[in-house]
Design a protein around this ligand. Structure first.
Ligand SMILES: *Cc1c(COP(=O)(O)O)cnc(C)c1O
Length: 485
């Protein structure tokens, strides 16, 4: 491996604060007391918690070092397929932190929060325009909650039609959360196998769609990174039998400005603001998974809804058919402000360009790696491409080995072993914010790893060799987790 200046040295180990603690050391200095001492009750003092005793510089260095061990999209490429770990412009953070927004109490009366209501109202309109749908609720706090909201809307629609249905069709290329959301709503999910080309075909759906089936949940682009181009024909046959079409639009970052989702026959879809519309995510941070619906489903959206009358915005719960509330107040408003800021600063052409670049980057990676790694579905992909370890398995090298080795080359590994329809999957989403130079370095690293798999497979078995933590005992970590540090 080529040594790059600055990849070694001055990387410190960092013990626990308790291990660094020195009795009597303090992070502050108080002036000499000018009042008489009054001793505290000894029993109280000795019962205090065992805080480490440290100076200010000890504490600053401790947390600064730990922060440097962390890896995020601000430190390098993060090609985690299905997650859209793109760079999030800092201006969006700045807007969300404006004191008028950050300090607004959610219980403010409407007259005192017209600004935020106006912003949310317009964000709903922008998302409707971007997807082609008619009405939007910003309330769901994540993609998966958006799916649940969508399922509840479909459930409410069928109840309103006078007859509840029992099942929902979920293709094998749908996101893993889809069947879980359907089940949470009481539907039994019926798997639909994708065709040989990795996408759905009407003839796969037709025999499964009946009058007991509430609809279909289609992830588009699907988890193979492929565009489901038969949605319109599939939607027609689902609608023919009284069903509805749900689209998992979490990966809308491949389609902005290019696909009118409503025109493809979709009745309800969710977006992931924290993926497509720029909010740092992962690690359980706040998200936002708005749902967008066609007119006939608008009465079922969660409440409160934001209404505009004249120049005034207000919140209304007067929607008797609504599925109810999904989140306290308006949802995760900070994420919405960032999305609004992102949409305004990009503009329609910028958003379209972002999607074009996301697709271009993924196809560049696909083309440049397909002679080294098996590509189960070779053809134009959308924002991500899925390889497998089929060519490396004869050398006893697996996807896990290659992902670990990638860290030695200074890259965060891509998503592995997902989607489940590809055995040993390696799912790469470069995103639109990586430059060609970064992509080339990533590609060279993976090409080097493919070479090592053929020539020195043992290097991969022992990887990572240059990280702080070496190969973990994954079974041990799952069976005997150490939760106390
Ligand atoms: C990320 C993702 C989800 C789940 O979103 P969360 O915000 O993590 O709940 C659902 N569907 C697809 C296609 C996704 O990529």
């Amino acid at each position: 491996m080529k040594e790059t200046v600055g990849t070694t040295g001055l990387v410190f180990n960092e013990p626990l604060l308790w291990e660094k603690s020195k009795k009597g050391r303090m992070g502050y200095a108080l002036p000499k007391a000018d009042v008489p001492h009054a001793p505290l009750d000894a029993a109280l003092v000795s019962e205090g918690p065992d805080f480490p005793e440290l100076s200010e510089v000890d504490v600053v260095r401790h947390y600064t070092r730990l922060s440097q061990w962390n890896y995020g999209v601000d430190s390098g490429m993060y090609p985690l397929g299905s997650c859209t770990m793109k760079y999030n412009p800092k201006t969006n953070e700045r807007q969300a932190a404006l004191s008028g927004f950050a300090g607004a109490h959610p219980l403010l009366p409407e007259a005192l929060c017209q600004g935020i209501l106006e912003l949310l109202f317009h964000l709903e309109r922008y998302l409707a325009e971007i997807t082609g749908m008619d009405a939007v609720s910003l309330q769901p706090a994540a993609g998966a909650q958006g799916e649940l909201a969508g399922m509840l809307v479909i459930h409410a629609y069928h109840r309103n039609q006078g007859r509840q249905r029992l099942k929902i069709l979920v293709p094998d290329t749908a996101h893993g959360t889809n069947p879980a959301s359907a089940a949470l709503c009481g539907y039994r999910s019926v798997p639909v196998p994708s065709g040989a080309r990795g996408i759905l075909t009407p003839d796969m759906v037709a025999p499964l769609m009946d009058e007991d089936t509430a609809g279909i949940m289609i992830t588009n682009p699907n988890t193979l990174g492929l565009f489901e181009k038969n949605v319109k024909a599939i939607a027609a046959l689902v609608h023919d039998r009284g069903g509805l079409v749900y689209c998992d639009g979490a990966n809308m970052n491949a389609l902005l400005g290019m696909v009118d989702m409503a025109a493809t026959g979709v009745d309800v879809l969710h977006l992931n603001l924290h993926k497509t519309f720029s909010t740092p995510h992962g690690g359980g941070g706040p998200g936002s998974g708005p749902i967008c619906v066609k007119k006939h489903l608008a009465p079922f959206l969660p409440v409160p809804r934001i209404l505009k009358k004249g120049k005034t915005y207000r919140l209304s719960e007067a929607f008797p058919e609504s599925i109810g509330k999904l989140h306290a107040f308006f949802g995760n408003t900070g994420v919405m402000i960032k999305a609004y800021s992102y949409i305004l600063s990009m503009g329609p052409n910028g958003l379209k360009r972002a999607s074009q670049l996301a697709v271009l980057n993924a196809n560049y990676v696909r083309k440049r790696l397909k002679d080294c790694f098996h590509l189960p579905h070779d053809g134009l992909c959308m924002h991500e491409c899925v390889f497998s370890d089929k060519h490396q398995l004869p050398h006893h090298v697996t996807t896990l080995d290659m992902a670990k080795r990638l860290m030695d080359y200074g890259f965060h590994p891509p998503t592995i072993y997902f989607p489940l329809v590809v055995s040993g999957a390696l799912m790469i989403e470069p995103t639109e914010t990586e430059s060609k130079e970064t992509l080339d370095r990533f590609i060279e690293a993976l090409r080097a790893i493919a070479r090592e798999a053929r020539e020195t497979p043992q290097t991969l078995k022992n990887a990572p060799g240059r990280c702080k933590v070496r190969r973990l005992d994954e079974v041990g970590a799952a069976r005997r987790p150490c939760l106390t540090g």
